[in-house]
Design a protein around this ligand. Structure first.
Ligand code: PPS
Ligand code: ADP
Length: 181
């Protein structure tokens, strides 16, 4: 009988341009190089196809988070480390994912990418903050839509204060601590 490594959901939340995707990809690359099976479920990519019907209303964000959480659990159940970098601004939606994972005995780690809105607006990877200022974007998380900071995340990554490699290393260390890497 072969030893199966446990899977997990690693949920990265934070403002647009905080560094969720970058940290997830960097950590995933390290883990993959070490032989782990890893997937990154990027919110944007999921929205391009599986969630093409969704916008950014409160209800649509809840649906998006629930869908991606479901896929992550499916992967976790099968030994995959599933990284999910999503804005996921509402605590209740994120907490529901932890509850669902707990019910199945699957690990769920919440990681908060903590870059503040000033830093994110300065990075503005996709031009959304500029779009909001110009009046072309409304309901932008952290500006004119809410972001609820996690009350008890498993990890806070200071994506505004350290290089990407350091943030990724902290995340990999957390997984090692929990027996997942
Ligand atoms: N109004 C508004 N608010 C927040 N984000 C917006 C918005 N409009 C478009 N985008 C872009 O969509 C990406 C967020 O998708 P998510 O699926 O992660 O969002 S959510 O979890 O459903 O809130 C997010 O991607 P990231 O920048 O990678 O976080 C944005 O680029
Ligand atoms: N410590 C860090 N962690 C993550 N991203 C960082 C960090 N420092 C600088 N960055 C930069 O911030 C930007 C974050 O973009 P991205 O990962 O797309 O954010 P998000 O997925 O949260 O919208 C990238 O250009 C990245 O290189």
């Amino acid at each position: 009988m072969t030893h199966e490594s446990p899977g997990a959901t690693i949920w990265l939340t934070g403002l647009p341009s905080a560094g969720k995707t970058t940290v997830a990809l960097a950590a995933a690359e390290r883990l993959r190089a070490g032989g782990r099976r890893v997937e990154v479920l990027d919110g944007d990519e999921i929205r391009a196809f599986l969630s093409a019907d969704l916008g950014f209303s409160r209800a649509d964000r809840a649906t998006q988070v629930a869908r991606v959480g479901w896929i992550a659990r499916l992967l976790a159940r099968n030994g995959v480390l599933a990284f999910a970098p999503l804005v996921s601004p509402y605590a209740a939606d994120r907490d529901a994912l932890r509850t669902a994972s707990d019910a199945e005995g699957l690990p769920f780690l919440e990681v908060y990418a903590a870059a503040p809105v000033e830093v994110c607006a300065d990075r503005d990877v996709k031009g959304l903050y500029a779009g909001q200022r110009a009046g072309a974007v409304t309901g932008l998380t952290g500006v004119d839509a809410p972001y609820e900071v996690p009350a008890a995340p498993d990890l806070v990554v200071k994506t505004h204060e350290e290089p990407v490699a350091a943030s990724a290393a902290h995340l990999v260390a957390l997984l090692a601590d929990r027996g997942l890497a």
